[in-house]
Design a protein around this ligand. Structure first.
Ligand SMILES: NC(=O)c1ccc[n+]([C@@H]2O[C@H](COP(=O)([O-])OP(=O)(O)OC[C@H]3O[C@@H](n4cnc5c(N)ncnc54)[C@H](O)[C@@H]3O)[C@@H](O)[C@H]2O)c1
Ligand SMILES: [Zn+2]
Length: 359
């Protein structure tokens, strides 16, 4: 069964996101419609490779492509410049050229590193994304941000490189561990808070078993993110910054937990709670709405308070590594009411500390 397509368009780029089940089988045909080259690299990780790489390669081969499979170890620790270089070397060895393209088959880690490789190989070749996590479908595969981490911080090196095609095959989510699935809802709830009060309501009575509803939900989230990105692709005007709602504290929590204690979406969930506390104080977010956000996060088994022994002081010191601290000032995203968000410039480090202490 084929699903629905979302067309993502701005003055600078245009690509389609296909959302549905059974799409990997159609992959080769779909790619053929947008790309001409013959050789391609399928970049994936060692957990996803045995699950889906054969199907992906078969579909590409039957449409006349010549895929080379490149597998890296799963996890954030693979998102490095060194690994990106090693992938490029393998692509050179497989004689990929300027007409070739990169297929990223995996979660956000694979999406980010494969997109970065596509952005730099021969100064940029096309990127096809096959996100395999809910988080990657609703967030990281859209918007063109690609990159790798350094010892000093996440995503400090990267490029904006929009994909040529994104394929969200809902069948791949069946093997995704529950905790990984749930963390995708942190980004979805974030989108609801910043842009869609109606979606927030729908999530409050969400039925996990409804496949069509999931397809619609993913499409809606793609549209929300794409609309924000289209207004500010390179994160220059401040509009794209609203997508960072919950992330200032969320990233600091990830860092304070050495990227082991919480998944990104879980740290974001805590960051959203903190951002709502700051919003209550500084932007007039009604108390009832703050509580509704906490209830909704809990509905998706996401954390809303920190474990007692978690090093809170580490969170505050980690805040200083945030790219949003420009010239000592904090660009903190607040929500005055569910469905709206704006960047505030009057939020102090003390306000944030207070919100973190309350977690
Ligand atoms: N570029 C962006 O705009 C953007 C936005 C948000 C997040 N990100 C990045 O995304 C990354 C997080 O992405 P993620 O949460 O998808 O993590 P991930 O890519 O590490 O995937 C999570 C885990 O699930 C496994 N997995 C993936 N799909 C599976 C499937 N279908 N079945 C079974 N196992 C599967 C992976 O092997 C991995 O172990 C971070 O590096 C973050 O910086 C980027
Ligand atoms: Zn995020």
């Amino acid at each position: 069964m084929l699903g629905a397509a979302v067309e993502i368009r701005s003055a600078a780029y245009c690509y389609r996101v296909l959302v549905g089940s059974g799409l990997i089988k159609q992959l080769g045909k779909c790619v053929r419609k947008v790309l001409r080259g013959k050789r391609c690299a399928v970049v994936t990780d060692n957990i996803i490779s045995p699950l889906f790489a054969n199907r992906v390669q078969r579909s590409l081969t039957s449409a006349g492509f010549r895929p080379t499979l490149i597998t890296i170890p799963a996890g954030e620790k693979s998102k490095t410049l060194k690994k990106a270089g090693a992938i490029c070397e393998q692509m050179i060895a497989a004689r990929l050229d300027r007409q070739s393209f990169v297929v990223g088959l995996g979660g956000g880690v694979i999406g980010d590193i494969s997109g970065f490789v596509a952005a730099i190989y021969h100064r940029g070749i096309p990127h096809v994304q096959i996100p395999t996590t809910l988080l990657a479908m609703v967030d990281s595969s859209i918007g063109g941000k690609t990159g790798v981490n350094t010892a000093d911080g996440k995503n400090l090196i990267g490029a904006v490189h929009q994909p040529s095609l994104v394929i969200d095959d809902l069948d791949v989510l069946k093997t995704l561990p529950r905790r990984e699935f749930n963390q995708g809802f942190a980004e979805i709830i974030k989108h609801a808070i910043i842009a869609d009060a109606k979606m927030f309501k729908q999530l409050q009575s969400w039925e996990a078993s409804d496949a069509l509803a999931l397809q619609r939900l993913i499409k809606r989230n793609i549209k929300i993110k794409a609309a924000v990105v289209a207004r500010d692709e390179r994160d220059r005007t401040g509009e794209r910054a609203i997508l960072n709602f919950g992330h200032t504290v969320g990233h600091a929590i990830e860092r304070a937990g050495n990227y082991r204690k919480f998944l990104h979406g879980e740290a974001l969930s805590l960051g959203i709670v903190a951002a709502c506390a700051v919003s209550s104080k500084k932007a007039g977010l009604p108390r009832r709405q703050h509580e509704a956000v906490i209830d909704l996060l809990q509905r998706f088994e996401l954390p809303t308070c920190l474990p007692k022994n978690f090093p809170r002081n580490k969170i505050v010191s980690a805040l200083k590594f945030d790219k949003k601290f420009e010239g000592g000032k904090i660009r903190f995203v607040v929500t005055p009411k569910i469905g709206r968000a704006r960047v505030a410039n009057d939020v102090t480090l003390d306000d944030i500390r207070e919100a973190v202490d309350a977690l």
